[in-house]
Every structure is written in C-alpha cells, then in structure tokens.
Ligand binder design. Structure first.
Ligand code: NCD
Length: 305
C-alpha cells in the first residue's frame, strides 16, 4: 500500500485494503476533528483548494481538516478573481499552484478535469467533484458513515434516491457499494435514471424502482440526493422533475427502526425538516464525518502517517 503522493481522482483506484486503512486513520482523527485533541502533524504543509463550482461542506471540511492538523491553506472559491478570467488554461493554473503547495484539491464543472490536473501536478491531486463524473472523497465519508453504523456493508439494502443521472456522489458510491456486496436499489423519476454505462460496471445488478413505497420496509440506508439543476441542458426538463420526491415522517413510519437517512447535502426539499428530529436522520453526522475522513486522506497522501 503506497499512499504517499497518490492522486485520488476516482473511487475505482482505491482497493478495499486502502479504504480500510483510510478508515482506520479517520477513526483516530475523530477527537482531533472535534477539537478535543490537538495535533500538528501537518505543520509546514500547504493545501491548495481550487473550487470552480460552489461548495460549502467539501471545501470547508478540507480546510478544517488541514487547519486541525496544523497545516496551511491557500486557494480560491471564485475563479473569476484569478487569471483564469484572463484566459489562463487549467493546465498552467495547476502548474503554478503545484509550485506553491504540497497537495491540491480541485472541484470543476467538467468531467475529467481532476484527471487533467493530476497529469500536470507533481503533488497529489484530490478530486472534489468533476461535473457529473466522480466525487471520491464524498463516497469515502458516506461509506465511513455506513460502516460506523452497521459494521459490514455486505448484504445491506441501500436505496439511492433522486437524481441518479447527474448526481456524481451516487456515481462513485454505487460502484463501491456493489464491490462491497451491498444490495442496491435505484429509485428515481424515469428522466433521472442512472446512466447505463455506470450500471454496466456494477458487480451485481441493482434493482430499479419508480416508487419508494414499494421497498421502504426493506431499506437499511436511504441515500437521498438533490436534483442537479445546474447540469440540465434544458430548464423545461428540470421543471418536469422538480419536487417529485420527498422523504417524510409518514414514509419513514413504515421503515425499519434501524434504517438511516443520508444525504450528501445541500438538500432543497428532498428531506422534510420534520425528519431532522427522527432517530433515522444521519445527514448532519455524515457531513461532520467529512472532516476526519479528509484529515486521514491528507495525512496519508502527504506520507505523514
Ligand atoms: C454534492 C456535490 O457537490 O456533488 N455536494 C457535496 O459535495 N456534499 C451534492 C450536491 O451538490 O447535490
């Protein structure tokens, strides 16, 4: 297992063993992430966060992760304020930032952008979302959340709900869940079905359902997603599907007691706020888990653990 210098572009490049190692380190990071314990293991290291798309959790949890370990952060969340607006290429931007930092986190609207960045950077590049492509660090924190709850992923009934066409979090997650032996249900409006090329790569065939009511009693994890409005080529298509599903207290009254509700967030109406108080709600804990998981990843690719 060689983490030092490794790019994290797609979840497919991580073995089960490597994921276990990330979780082992993440578990040790939890008290530091909570601020209960202090650490300086990344002192003197610089993280660059390059966000060409909006972000709250991903960028800020990466930055918190770096600060909590004593490291420094540079970067931008508004590319208009950089030389990109003067016409500088992504390749040149990456070459320069690579000279200023030890690890680069990038989010970009185009699929393949993180791969391109990794080709131009000497230092490790972590993909924080490339268009409708991949979002591997989100998948790691999602898996970490499930593993802490249930132990083994194998045999769990996991429903991926919502925008399975444009949602990058479910594209990464479905792949690894199938590798780990979960039973996957895909629940979406017909217009937002998971692309066939992604389904073809899954180890076991997922069950596609139109209506959550049909499976609600069997589900262990409800993984809900936002409709990715910004990726629709045609706004009228978006209007056809907007508001078509919502997780409510009434629906969950039929669910297993042990079932949990997850969401990468932001939510925009897919989970009623009344669900927040139910013992099923796990999305805020999930968002917190982004910090220890990203602390683990940064320490591993920088070779300090
Ligand atoms: C997701 C993303 O950006 O893909 N957000 C996140 O990273 N937690 C999901 C989304 O925007 O809907």
């Amino acid at each position: 297992m060689m983490f030092k210098g490794k790019d994290i572009v797609s979840i497919k490049e991580l073995s089960k063993k490597e994921i276990d190692r990330i979780f082992e380190v993440a578990e040790e990071m939890v008290p530091i992430a909570r601020g209960e314990k202090k650490s300086e293991i990344l002192r003197g290291y610089v993280l660059a966060t390059l966000f060409f798309e909006p972000s709250t959790r991903t960028r800020l949890s990466f930055e918190t992760a770096m600060h909590r370990l004593g490291g420094g952060v540079i970067g931008f969340s508004n590319p208009k304020a950089t030389s990109i607006s003067k016409g500088e290429t992504l390749a040149d931007t990456i070459r320069i930032i690579d000279l200023y930092s030890d690890v680069i986190v990038i989010r970009h609207p185009y699929e393949g952008s993180a791969r391109l960045a990794a080709e131009f950077a000497q230092h490790p590049v972590i993909n924080a979302g490339d268009g409708a492509g991949q979002h591997p660090t989100q998948t790691l924190l999602d898996l970490f959340t499930m593993a802490r709850e249930f132990g083994d992923i194998k045999g769990l009934n996991i429903a991926l709900i919502g925008d399975l066409k444009y949602g990058r979090t479910v594209h990464s997650l479905a792949y690894i869940l199938s590798e780990l032996g979960a039973n996957i249900y895909l629940v979406s409006p017909p217009l937002l079905r998971m692309p066939r090329h992604i389904i073809r790569e899954l180890k076991s065939k997922p069950v596609e359902v139109d209506n959550l009511d049909d499976i609600v009693e069997e589900v262990d994890v409800f993984y809900v997603t936002r409709i990715q409005k910004e990726r629709f080529p045609d706004p009228t298509e978006y209007r056809k599907v907007a508001g078509t599903y919502s997780i409510t207290e009434k629906l969950l009254s039929k669910a297993k007691k042990s079932a949990i509700v997850m969401h990468p967030l932001p939510r925009v109406g897919e989970i009623a706020t009344e669900v927040d108080k139910l013992p099923h709600a796990r999305y805020f804990q999930q968002a917190f888990n982004g910090v220890p998981v990203r602390m683990a990843l940064l320490s591993l690719v920088l070779g300090v653990v």
